[in-house]
Design a protein around this ligand. Structure first.
Ligand code: UD1
Length: 356
């Protein structure tokens, strides 16, 4: 039986893994999940395994938060010994986090074929840790599953042609599968019933916003001034800094702890608009046909900006004021991220590659 070790560690990877894990099982592939421990907070990790019915990790390496180099190195050392012990036929990594990079390096050094899901994404901004992680992972990967045509062409530009497959997006698979479940099960819609379809949803966790006190203050001030009720599930990284700057209670911004995947889908679906610096949420907003404002200098999900569904603020926060005061009217919507069947396609291609 083909043995694949999947390496996950951060919140978006649990979402990405959920449908592919099911597809691997259906294809008769034995999967062993290793959790690096990068996200250890219950609301960033355990709740996702529970809600997404994701197979429990065989091992949690418990690495936790440290400086980037230290964190990646600690993961690499532990992953290497695990892989030597288990000798899987392939190692599978998702996206662009430090867990992705560590998994990719560990596999490449041991010459184990490495599979990268969400290959070819580029922001062309190397100040983002994620951009470095993507570039290195794609260089080392044996099989590269690109979610979009643009991702395939980004890889081509870097001379990466072999092993590249256009698969569609596994997050679209998860959304399609879990949205009806979320709409039935999530209790969060009751909590915000009074502002249903009248609120904007905010998330911020990128170092460029969350680690910059004056920028974060200014973003929150602009949103406060907009007067539009804003639900803000706060990432622990952002919480640390917010606790330093929060003064009196806000009547506009509802600060809440991080929520699980089902609540998040419902909060997104019922929002009038989404403001975010997350990659995955920009894409989910597009899939749910909710207009999005991206509080970053650029986006790697460029398709979302094509017909006004996603507006990118850039460094100058005056643009945020402008976008909020004159909301965009999005136009055409195209299924850039596939038809919800990316996972099945990926599992089949993996089987074919390993000739089983
Ligand atoms: C990481 C990923 C980012 C992804 C995001 C999703 C990298 C470089 N970044 O960013 O690509 O979009 O996850 O959430 O891998 N913390 C906790 N509890 C936790 C996890 C983190 O309190 O369970 C705090 C720690 O203080 C830590 C900080 O958040 O220092 C940042 O955590 P880290 O995992 O380094 O990066 P994220 O910002 O979560």
């Amino acid at each position: 039986m083909l043995k694949i070790t999947t390496i996950v560690g951060a919140r978006p990877q649990f979402v990405k893994a959920s449908r592919l894990s099911a597809a691997l099982k259906a294809a008769g592939i034995r999967e062993n999940i290793l959790h690096t421990g990068q996200h250890y907070h219950d609301r960033l990790s355990r709740i996702f395994f529970r809600e997404l019915k994701l197979k429990k990790p065989t091992l949690n390496l418990g690495i936790g938060s440290m400086a980037h180099g230290q964190q990646t190195a600690a993961m690499l050392a532990k992953l290497e010994s695990c892989l030597i012990r288990n000798r899987p036929d392939g190692v599978l990594v998702y996206g662009d986090t430090n867990s992705t990079l560590a998994g990719a390096l560990a596999a490449a050094k041991l010459q184990i074929p490495m599979i990268h899901i969400e290959a070819g994404l580029r922001s062309y901004n190397r100040t983002m840790p994620e951009e470095i992680n993507r570039i290195v992972t794609d260089q080392l990967a044996t099989l590269l599953f690109a979610p979009t045509r643009l991702a395939v062409s980004n890889l081509k530009k870097e001379g990466i042609r072999s092993g590249v497959h256009f698969s569609g997006d596994v997050m679209a698979d998860s959304l399609q599968h879990f949205l009806p479940i979320a709409m039935k099960q999530s209790a969060i819609q009751k909590r915000f019933r009074a502002i249903h379809h009248k609120y904007q949803l905010l998330t911020l966790h990128r170092p460029s916003n969350a680690d910059d006190l004056s920028r974060l203050k200014k973003i929150l001030w602009i949103i406060e001034k907009s007067g539009v009720p804003t639900v803000f599930p706060v990432h622990p990284r952002t919480q640390k800094i917010i606790s330093k700057i929060r003064g009196k209670r806000s009547n506009v911004i509802f600060f809440i702890p991080p929520v699980g995947y089902l609540d998040m889908l419902v909060l997104q679906k019922n929002a009038v608009r989404i403001l975010t610096d997350s990659g995955g949420i920009q894409k989910e907003a597009y899939l749910l046909k909710v207009p999005c404002i991206t509080i970053r200098s650029e986006t790697e999900w460029k398709e979302t900006t094509q017909h006004g569904w996603n507006q990118v603020v850039g460094r100058n926060l005056d643009n945020l004021v402008r976008f909020l005061s004159r909301p965009a009217k999005p136009g055409k919507w195209l299924p850039y991220y596939g038809n919800g069947k990316a996972s099945t396609k990926i599992a089949k291609t993996i089987r074919h590659f390993f000739k089983i």
